[in-house]
Design a protein around this ligand. Structure first.
Ligand SMILES: Cc1cc2nc3c(=O)[nH]c(=O)nc-3n(C[C@H](O)[C@H](O)[C@H](O)COP(=O)(O)OP(=O)(O)OC[C@H]3O[C@@H](n4cnc5c(N)ncnc54)[C@H](O)[C@@H]3O)c2cc1C
Ligand SMILES: NC(=O)c1ccc[n+]([C@@H]2O[C@H](COP(=O)([O-])OP(=O)(O)OC[C@H]3O[C@@H](n4cnc5c(N)ncnc54)[C@H](OP(=O)(O)O)[C@@H]3O)[C@@H](O)[C@H]2O)c1
Length: 535
């Protein structure tokens, strides 16, 4: 068995910080606790395996009934009750297999349970709910390790996310050059979606269509300076060997506020304010505003508290990279890479909130600037091996991104298979992305069919799945001819609704009962003929 070493004595709060000795020692303890809870601690093979097999040592059947991004976390956890820890950890994740954490959900949970991965905060779509649940399951893991350290079971299997090759994982990014951006919506649109171009010739990265591109964005400078002003600090204050401004720009997430920030505030204030901060740290919502609290809003809410910049920064989460489906083909334009990015801006109270990466790409990065990036290999989202296989692509909104790439790739490689694209968005006159290109591809025969659905042109919503139902007979014919089906875009509602439409089409035109149609579509998935890239 491995010897557990006691945590090192760490002095995080400097002696010069404006705290009494008692406060300083207490805050040091808090951060040491925080770090040791998150720091990697090697487990023996049998300890890891005991946890992999669950506290009761009852094994697991490998099924994952919770693996559906539309099931709320509480229900997912119910479905995983009585399962080994690693399975419950998987159920806590957002179930999108989106790759943002560098794994799929199954491998990420296995990696945490076997302690190959120490970071509990990588599931971006799961947000705070997932982070909280993982923290509590991780505490169980620590307890299980402390109480039954010597269970002799098979070693834990986990796939580490880190790959050594530069630019191939979030842990080893490289610099790419931003070339240009172009707005895809026309005047009158409610959307702001950008076509973004990068030059990869400097870093030498390549990719295949279906892959995603990871971007390390920077926070907005104006926002950062407002936070520094609220802290009453100078932007040149040194933190982690950099200036406070640099750390807030590049290293930490400023939205949403993490529980550790509320914990910090609870230690630095008293009375009702302390109770409030404590409740927020526990996931409660004492004032009904918890969902709106980004880091700046917390500083405004607890305006009498001014944490020391060092303590403040330590209480924040690292800024995570964001993934975007690649919308270009390396075969068509070697060394170039394009994205199709919907810009996230929304207003809460009087303040406009900015999506970090999308507004970075939409307005902050300038032509010639370098940005840290990596190519995230797709998990089962790729063109068919056989260039003659027909493909049906369903991609409303930014979901069109990988399909533009598929079409350009099939054109560049001279693939003979038929291509059918379902695209939809709000309005035909201002939200028809890449309309000229798509029409040209149709004219040249590279896009066999283009089916469109505009949700806000008429009185009633009309979505891609409504168009699919209208042309269900032909769609069934393509399926019967062996076509692959692809969906890309919104995970929460669109992907499920489109899948339901597909089941209905199979039932109606393939002369099957609903149950038979469900298993037909299930078989398509198993055979890799039905693939999704949803977020
Ligand atoms: C595999 C994959 C591929 C992807 N491909 C694309 C793509 O091709 N194009 C694309 O545009 N995106 C794509 N995304 C999504 C992308 O990664 C980012 O999540 C998205 O751009 C938002 O990131 P951000 O940093 O701008 O916003 P963030 O700073 O992450 O803010 C977004 C968060 O703000 C909150 N929010 C947003 N709107 C509101 C609102 N109205 N009210 C209250 N809260 C709100 C939500 O909590 C949301 O999660 C993809 C994601 C994955 C995983
Ligand atoms: N959390 C949310 O509520 C929400 C909503 C939309 C998008 N998003 C996210 O915003 C990002 C970018 O979105 P986007 O720009 O690609 O486009 P989008 O906002 O998802 O919209 C694209 C098109 O899809 C339509 N649509 C809405 N619900 C649908 C459904 N259930 N089935 C089929 N089509 C549907 C939209 O119609 P209408 O808008 O007219 O209904 C619009 O015409 C994505 O990350 C997406 O997940 C989140």
């Amino acid at each position: 068995m491995n010897q557990m070493t006691p945590p090192p004595k760490i002095e995080i709060i400097p002696a010069s910080a404006p705290f009494s000795e008692a406060q300083r020692s207490w805050l040091n303890g808090f951060f040491v606790g925080l770090l040791s809870a998150e720091g990697p601690t090697a487990l023996s093979a049998e300890q890891g395996a005991a946890i992999m097999q669950g506290p009761a040592g009852d094994g697991d059947d490998g099924g994952a009934p919770w693996h559906d991004q539309t099931i709320p976390i509480a229900d997912r956890m119910k479905l995983a009750e009585g399962r080994p820890l690693r399975r419950r950890m998987m159920a806590a994740m957002a179930q999108q297999d989106c790759g943002q954490c560098g794994y799929n959900c199954n491998d990420y949970s296995d990696a945490i349970a076997s302690k190959a991965e120490a970071r509990l905060n990588l599931c971006v779509p799961g947000g705070k709910e997932t982070a909280r649940m993982l923290k509590s399951l991780h505490a169980e893991l620590e307890k299980a390790q402390a109480t039954s350290p010597s269970r002799a079971l098979a070693p834990a299997a986990a796939t580490p996310a880190v790959t050594a090759e530069p630019g191939r994982s979030r842990d080893n990014p490289v610099a790419a050059t931003f070339v240009s951006r172009r707005l895809l919506n026309k005047p009158g649109s409610e959307k702001e979606t950008w076509h973004i171009d990068f030059d990869l010739s400097g870093c030498g990265l390549d990719y295949v269509v279906g892959d995603s591109f990871g971007i390390f964005a920077r926070n907005d400078l104006g926002h950062v300076d407002q936070i520094i002003a609220l802290l009453g600090a100078s932007h040149t204050t040194e933190v982690r060997g950099k200036t406070l401004r640099e750390v807030l720009l590049d290293d930490v997430s400023l939205s949403p506020a993490p529980d550790s920030l509320f914990e910090l505030f609870s230690y630095l204030t008293g009375g009702a304010q302390r109770e409030k901060a404590r409740a927020l740290a526990q996931g409660e919502d004492p004032d009904g505003d918890a969902a709106t609290l980004d880091v700046m809003a917390v500083l405004q809410k607890f305006s009498k508290v001014r944490p020391h910049p060092e303590a403040f920064v330590e209480a924040l989460e690292p800024l995570q990279p964001r993934l975007y489906s690649i919308s270009s083909s390396h075969n068509a334009t070697p060394g170039k890479l394009s994205l199709t990015v919907d810009c996230v801006r929304y207003v809460i109270g009087k303040r406009q909130r900015l999506g970090v990466a999308s507004t970075f790409l939409a307005e902050r990065i300038q032509p010639g600037d370098e940005v840290q990036v990596y190519v995230q290999k797709a998990h089962s989202f790729a063109l068919p091996q056989n260039p003659r296989t027909p493909i049906i692509m369903i991609g409303p909104g930014t979901g069109v991104a990988p399909f533009r790439a598929f079409l350009l790739d099939r054109k560049a490689t001279g693939a003979q298979g038929k291509n059918w694209l379902f695209f939809g968005h709000q309005r035909s006159d201002c939200d028809f992305f890449y309309s000229d290109e798509l029409k040209a591809l149709k004219t040249s025969g590279h896009l066999t069919r283009l089916s469109l659905a505009w949700s806000r042109d008429g009185d009633k919503k009309f979505y891609v799945q409504d168009r699919m139902r209208e042309v269900g007979r032909e769609l069934w014919t393509w399926l019967a001819e062996g076509a692959n089906v692809y969906i890309c875009g919104d995970a929460k509602r669109m992907a499920k609704d489109v899948e339901r439409a597909l089941v209905d089409i199979v039932a109606q035109h393939g002369a099957r009962s609903t149950d038979e149609a469900v298993s037909f579509v299930g078989e398509l998935k198993k055979k890799g003929r039905f693939q999704q890239d949803v977020y």
